[in-house]
Write a protein that binds this ligand. Structure first.
Ligand code: ADP
Length: 259
């Protein structure tokens, strides 16, 4: 059996090799949580050992997205034990720490403290932690970049100009803190009508890719606006878990290459 010193060294080594990927957006409702859940699953299917942290105090939706709504993590010596999900990605969410809707009323320091509990949980063999951040640039994001220094950040935006202007602010926060931007994902890009098959662009087209080029950050790809993605998300069945997934696997492959 390993001695105490050996176990400590093993634990430290485990922690130092763990990659933290922050998923951020300038504003809410652009699909940051949907993308975080599906990216986490796609990364897991690509061979990483992935954990998911839902730090979005304004709308902690990961328990629902990951099919474990209503679950509560247990704790040992005040260290939280992540909740297993049907998709092989353990999860901890701000929403699991408080009654539904309460996290929203937290003051900055409380939210930052809760973030610490989620990140410093017993993640065991997890080598890649995906962090679903709240939208914008508040206390949770600041604590995240200053204290936990993510390995890199993925920025999510819709093709709309306004969402892109907000995304620029989020990018600025990471760049000022020295956190590399892995790239920009354009969500809700292009809609194919399920009835007539015609493709249209409710939020414009190509804006995110052009903005990424202008900002000098990589463009990681686009996720189309589909009714299937919305209904699967509401049902707690992320499409990235489907063997036939062709949307999230390429994004995950780009992330793996970056890591
Ligand atoms: P955020 O985390 O940025 O607030 P969410 O991930 O909660 O955004 O997404 C907001 C809503 O939009 C949800 O109902 C979600 O199911 C839906 N949604 C997100 N991305 C897509 C997409 N590509 N196609 C269809 N619906 C989407």
């Amino acid at each position: 059996a390993p001695g105490v010193a050996e176990v400590r060294i093993a634990l430290t080594a485990e922690r130092s090799t763990r990659r933290l990927i922050a998923v951020a957006s300038g504003k809410g409702g652009v699909g940051k949580s949907t993308l975080s859940a599906n990216l986490a699953i796609a990364l897991s299917r690509a061979g990483r050992r992935v954990g998911l942290v839902d730090a979005d105090i304004y709308g902690p939706s990961q328990p629902r997205l990951m099919g474990v709504e209503g679950t509560r993590p247990t704790a040992k010596d005040k260290v939280l034990d992540p909740v297993p999900t049907p998709y092989g990605v353990p999860l901890l969410s701000m929403g699991q720490l408080v009654e539904p809707g309460r996290a929203l009323a937290w003051r900055g320091p409380m939210a930052a403290g809760a973030l610490g509990q989620l990140v410093e949980a017993d993640w065991g063999a997890v080598d890649t932690l995906v962090l679903d951040l709240p939208p914008g640039t508040g206390d949770v994001q600041l604590t995240m970049v200053q204290k936990y220094r993510p390995t890199g950040a993925v920025i999510v935006s819709t093709p709309q100009d306004l969402a892109l202007i907000d995304a620029r602010r989020a990018i600025d926060l990471f760049e000022k803190a020295g956190v590399p931007i892995i790239g920009l994902v354009e969500n809700m890009a292009g809609y194919v009508c399920p009835h007539c098959g015609e493709s249209s662009d409710p939020f414009g087209n190509g804006g995110a890719e052009a903005a990424a080029a202008e900002l000098g950050i990589p463009f990681l790809g686009r996720v189309p606006l589909t009714i299937a993605l919305r209904t699967a998300s509401d049902a707690g069945k992320p499409p990235a878990a489907d063997p036939g997934d062709t949307v999230f696997a390429p994004l995950a492959a780009r992330l793996v290459a970056w890591l």
